[in-house]
Write a protein that binds this ligand. Structure first.
Ligand SMILES: N[C@@H](CCC(=O)N[C@@H](CS)C(=O)NCC(=O)O)C(=O)O
Length: 233
């Protein structure tokens, strides 16, 4: 059994998609990141960066194995199951490149765009919005060029697609049109139609937070500093 520490966000969907695709038994535990659940000692022992998604694999050799960071979690699950990652060394190298690309580029840029659009103070955000919108669109262009070569990012459907899909899936919520990116649009539709993906996206949908500018509810989430992790003033 795998415990999935989860909230219904694009980063959360990545792991839910992989678990559903593999048919692994898992229990989703809602992590209320809007009210500080990520900062409790118990969760920090699993996820030292104080973010979800994270898993604890209770069926692993040697007892409970915690894994944090979506890219590491999908890699771990692909190794565990032997699924959704090629055994060919060059294809594995490419999968790793796209995994690092997603978690180091597309994810953070889209995340910042979402933050300033949906959660930041109203007004006065023009530079941040322009910067992150430009970087998000650039990431879609990187995907577009890649997907002109093949149906999926690395050969057949893999963890590389599962990682990149959620942030392309929500383009409309970020007020970005996919019309200039026809291959991304085609790829997005193909993945969206998969039953496992539909189940993952429906997981705890009722808990989805669509964003509240300047909301008091967001204080914990967006006013963190080193003080939240270390005993310093
Ligand atoms: N690089 C991380 C990003 C995870 C992340 O940003 N998670 C957000 C929700 S989507 C979170 O837990 N935020 C809580 C916080 O910032 O306090 C990954 O890919 O797993």
């Amino acid at each position: 059994m795998i415990d999935l520490y989860y909230a219904p966000t694009p980063n959360g969907w990545k792991v839910a998609i992989m678990l559903e695709e593999c048919g692994l038994p898992y229990q989703a535990r809602f992590l209320d990141i809007f009210h500080g659940a990520q900062l409790t000692p118990g969760f920090l022992a699993i996820s030292p960066n104080a973010k979800m998604p994270a898993i604890v694999d209770r069926g692993g050799n040697g007892g409970a194995i915690p894994v944090f960071e979506s890219g590491a979690i999908l890699w771990y699950l692909a190794e565990k199951t032997g699924r959704f990652m090629s055994h060919d060394p060059i294809a594995r190298k490419e999968t790793m490149e796209w995994l690092f690309w997603q978690t180091g580029n597309q994810g953070p840029m889209a995340g910042q765009l979402a933050h300033f659009r949906m959660f930041g103070p109203t007004g006065g955000q023009d530079y941040a919005l322009k910067r992150y919108r430009g970087e998000y669109e650039r990431s879609l262009a990187v995907l577009e060029r890649r997907l002109r070569q093949d149906e999926f990012i690395v050969g057949s459907y893999s963890i590389a697609d599962m990682l990149a899909f959620p942030w392309a899936f929500i383009a409309k919520n970020l007020d970005v049109s996919l019309e200039p990116f026809p291959e991304v649009k085609r790829w997005r539709e193909t993945i969206k139609a998969r039953p496992a993906v539909q189940r993952a996206i429906a997981l705890m949908k009722d808990r989805q937070n669509k964003g509240e500018h300047n909301s008091g509810n967001n204080t914990t989430l967006y006013n963190q500093s080193a003080r939240h992790l270390l005993d310093i003033s």
